[in-house]
Design a protein around this ligand. Structure first.
Ligand code: AMP
Length: 281
């Protein structure tokens, strides 16, 4: 496995351009969710192809300085996990290697990023689009794997690829969860014991609303109230948002007529977690 920190070293590390190159972009603190994406990438790359994992805590996508500073960075454990997973190349640059001090060009998505995390975290998806496009170009990958856990991110990246004719196939991987239902996240490591014990209620609340929907409850207000009460019941989770949106446009819906998304973000102390369920009439 080759570990590269400078963009200028990537071409040599990546080797044969004739074979499939599959990128898994991450911010590190790798867990089983990331490893599932890497396994999927290996299948997509085939025996002759190359899996590249990027590990970069991208300052441009953080809206809170404290969150950026506290983001876990267990570099040695991450490299060991990549090595064990059979990753060929890890690209782990410092911020200075990614952004010139006077960088002034960004990618901005203006429709799908208006609601949900985009509304709650101004500038977040501009940061995501900009860094992901840079990573695509630096790694010259034909395929990139993303998790459905970050549903809005996936939608925004697919839109960027479509609208800018980026020659990269985007492959989605389902959310990987703890046995108690909690979506795996690098941020889970920052929860204290009480918060960690409470956090699976997010999933339970969303599943209960999904079950009510399937049993015939169609009014968004009713579904939202039910989920909100269940999430806030212990008093430990502070709601950032809870929204019912169309699964394609990510706009709020008055009536669920097509596939929709019940999505939430909550704070446990300073730690922000997200999750969602799909509602399909
Ligand atoms: P992150 O390091 O959190 O930026 O995530 C890197 C990639 O891993 C993104 O495509 C995420 O959607 C994906 N990912 C993170 N957590 C999970 C999970 N629990 N299940 C599936 N994919 C995940």
């Amino acid at each position: 496995m080759t570990v590269v920190t400078q963009a200028s070293e990537l071409t040599a590390a990546l080797g044969n351009a004739g074979q499939p190159r599959v990128l898994v972009p991450t911010m590190g603190a790798l867990h089983h969710g990331h490893l599932a994406l890497i396994r999927h990438a290996k299948i997509l790359a085939g025996a002759q192809g190359t899996v590249v994992v990027s590990i970069f805590v991208n300052p441009m996508q953080f809206d809170r300085a404290g969150d950026l500073a506290a983001y876990p960075r267990p570099r040695e454990a991450d490299l060991a996990a990549c090595r064990a997973a059979g990753v060929a190349v890890v690209f782990a640059p410092e911020a200075a290697a990614m952004y010139a001090p006077d960088h002034s060009v960004t990618v901005s998505e203006s429709q799908l990023s208006r609601n949900l995390c985009g509304a709650a975290r101004p500038g977040h998806f501009d940061g995501v689009c900009t860094v992901v496009l840079k990573l695509f170009l630096l790694c010259s990958c034909q395929i990139a794997v993303f998790g459905e856990k970050d549903f809005q991110q996936l939608a925004v990246i697919r839109r960027m690829v479509r609208d800018l004719n980026v020659p990269v196939v985007i492959v989605a991987h389902p959310t990987v969860r703890e046995t108690n239902g909690l979506a795996m996240s690098s941020r889970n490591a920052r929860l204290n014991a009480a918060q960690r014990a409470d956090a699976p209620r997010l999933r339970r609340a969303l599943l209960a609303a999904q079950a009510a929907f399937q049993a015939g409850t169609r009014r968004p207000a009713e579904l939202l109230t039910m989920a909100r009460q269940a999430i806030e019941a212990s008093g430990l989770a502070r709601m950032d948002y809870l929204s019912l949106v169309d699964a394609d446009s990510l706009e709020s819906v008055e009536h669920v007529e097509g596939p929709a998304l019940l999505a939430t973000a909550v704070f446990y102390g300073e730690v922000r977690l997200i999750d969602h369920v799909c509602l399909v009439p």
